[in-house]
Design a protein around this ligand. Structure first.
Ligand SMILES: *Cc1c(COP(=O)(O)O)cnc(C)c1O
Length: 373
């Protein structure tokens, strides 16, 4: 008997959330309104009272953080080549210059030594990414930022629910950006939020997300900065609120699935297969993804095809940004970031989502072992 297809990711939306969306649709107010305010309040409470503003994507959230920080033409911003292309695109969008630093082969996050080495007098900000939900060394990150007077825009798109030394990612630091895209641990279908440092930054965030507008009195309207159209709808916020209510259970569930992956792969899997497991972190990571780096003897395409034959969906996150044409056209080439290039060529994401069962993990591990045997 053939088994049903196991996707690598799938959202779980419960019935109360679906009912809440229906309520919004019937309410007569479907764009930004009370649900957005309630979502921002819930997020702010979660981040120890820091101010939070929501947007319609994680991408525009980061772009707005860069704009609030005053980043633009002539400035350099350092980030990792192993992320969703959005992370670097937003730097170009502001007119600034993206600079990459290679990754650490074990964590697959930006190597902080290489980040520090890439700083020049033009560097104004850094955008670290917490791949699969695993944070970088946050103490070291902020020590470097302080020493060189840099703003930090944390691309924590994958790290809602992750922690550092017992503190939630987002509850400390400079700008912290999250995404609620459909595959993220908590989704609003599409959306994002930014944790800011003070009311002035929050006011600027509000302007940038809605045409630069400030309203006053009954009919007062002024525009003093160039904003765009980036507000979250109450429909999306209702989904986000319904999901966010389960954040602790979601994180626990994913940690349990990750633990099961490690148990089933076993201590000799790496030596036997030549594949590399992720860092076995059950303290800080929210296990947004469970990623393997394949051995050189198989191509990722061949691996994906063989897993597909076994009814297992495989994702890949991510191809190295600097080798995409837009970035090659800006002078980036093979050989500049060799670790990112190898990891970007061989990394795969195994199935990991809240509704998965332990049996699903068993199927996925059995399939990986048979393909790599
Ligand atoms: C999802 C994601 C983004 C972009 O978020 P959107 O909400 O899709 O715009 C950016 N960076 C990383 C690391 C992501 O995983």
């Amino acid at each position: 008997m053939t088994q049903p297809f196991l996707p690598f990711s799938k959202p779980t939306i419960d019935e109360p959330t679906i009912a809440a969306v229906a309520d919004v649709l019937r309410s007569g107010w479907i764009t930004s309104g009370p649900k957005v305010q309630a979502f921002e309040k819930a997020l702010s409470d979660y981040f120890d009272g820091r101010i939070v503003r929501t947007f319609n994507s994680g991408t525009c959230t980061m772009e707005i953080a860069l704009r609030i920080a005053g980043i633009g033409a002539g400035d350099e911003v350092i980030t990792t080549p192993i992320s969703w292309v959005a992370t670097a695109n937003v730097i170009i969008e502001t007119g600034a210059t993206p600079v990459f630093a290679d990754i650490d082969p074990v964590t697959r996050n930006i190597d902080l030594d290489k980040l520090e080495a890439a700083i020049t007098p033009r560097t104004k900000a850094v955008i670290p990414v917490y791949l699969a939900g695993l944070p970088v060394d946050m103490d070291r990150l902020y020590a470097i930022a302080k020493k060189h007077n840099l703003r930090v825009i944390e691309d924590a798109a994958q790290a809602l629910g992750s922690t550092w030394k017992g503190k939630r990612i987002g509850a400390f630091g400079d700008f912290v950006s999250f995404s609620f895209q459909a595959n993220k641990n908590v989704t609003s279908s599409e959306g994002g939020c930014l944790v800011v440092n003070n009311p002035d930054e929050a006011r600027l965030a509000e302007k940038y997300r809605l045409q630069g507008v400030t309203r006053s009195g009954f009919d007062g309207l002024e525009v003093d900065v160039l904003g765009g159209k980036f507000n979250m709808t109450d429909i999306a916020a209702a989904i986000g609120l319904g999901q966010f209510a389960h954040i602790d259970a979601i994180t626990d569930k994913r940690r349990g699935l990750a633990k099961h992956y490690f148990d089933l792969f076993g201590a000799d899997f790496e030596a036997q297969s030549g594949a590399q497991l992720p860092v076995a972190d059950f303290e800080n990571s929210n296990w947004h993804m469970f990623q393997l780096v394949l051995p050189e003897r198989i191509t990722r395409a061949a691996f994906m095809e063989k897993m597909m034959e076994r009814q297992i969906g495989i994702g890949y996150h991510y191809p190295p940004i600097h080798l995409l044409k837009l970035y090659r056209d800006r002078g980036f080439r093979e050989g500049m970031f060799p670790i990112a290039e190898r990891v970007g060529r061989l990394i795969v994401s195994l199935p990991m989502f809240t509704a998965m069962s332990k049996e699903d993990v068993e199927r996925a591990v059995g399939a990986v072992k048979s393909v790599l045997a």
